[in-house]
Design a protein around this ligand. Sequence first.
Ligand code: NAD
Length: 279
Amino acid sequence: MAQLIDGKKISQEIKDELRETVAELKAQGKEGALAVIQVGADPASSVYVRNKKKACEYIGIRSESYELPEQTSEEELLALIRKLNNDPKINGILCQLPVPAHMDEDKIIRAIAPEKDVDGFHAQNVGALVIGQKGFVSCTPAGIIQLLKRSGVEIAGKNCVIIGRSNIVGKPMALLMLRENATVTVCHSRTKNLPDVCRQADILIVAIGRPKMITADYVKEGAVVIDVGIHRQEDGKLCGDVDFAQVEPVAGAITPVPGGVGPMTIAMLMHNCVEAMQE
Ligand code: NAD
């Protein structure tokens, strides 16, 4: 039986540590505030936004909500971001993605001041990660590093295969694993012989966005399997990109869905907010 990597428990530990840090910072007169912008009322985004606000409350920082209607113009959104960039009381800003189709997502990301970009999506923060300098790191991959470290998984020298090359998960994940001295392979939709490549992995990180695609044939006996995918099935239950029932008996350790990577993303957002308070 594989070790279950418990993201719920580990994310709670992190939030408890952050709560203590926030209390110490407050005692020094430092306050934290996160501005959360949502354009439109996509139900999945609303759930994420609500959970982010709850996490802020838990660790003891203020959150300010900006719920803008779907038909908001790009210029109106940019004006709000500029106002928040200049507000000394706000130290973190996030705009829930995706934004409506009439807006240029890159332009919105670029508009957020890099020192308030707690999502770690701004090119300046991504560039800092590439060259190993200080900056905000995208929350999901940062959370996966914490999951591995806090579960006692050794990373240095291991073969790590990542499936997916998105800007928010796959690419920053590859850079973080490289920073931790893993030997890294990044696979994507054009990779040939994907199961063969994946079977080389000591640590397999899956961020594809296809329910239960990764079956036992992709996994080496004893490998650590991290499942980033999250999908609502027809029966209402959640599942990941990994076929858990098939892979769990082969893996050495595995994250469940739900309760694996998901809760870590918000914990690391809170980590970034606390870092922003310390600037
Ligand atoms: P994305 O759609 O931007 O990227 C998917 C990647 O998978 C692409 O790089 C593509 O090349 C690759 N891919 C697609 N089909 C493939 C195939 N058949 N074989 C090999 N590679 C293939 O997705 P994303 O934003 O990186 O998210 C991936 C998944 O993770 C989604 O299910 C998403 O909902 C989930 N996600 C979860 C969290 C979390 O907090 N748990 C955060 C972000 C994303």
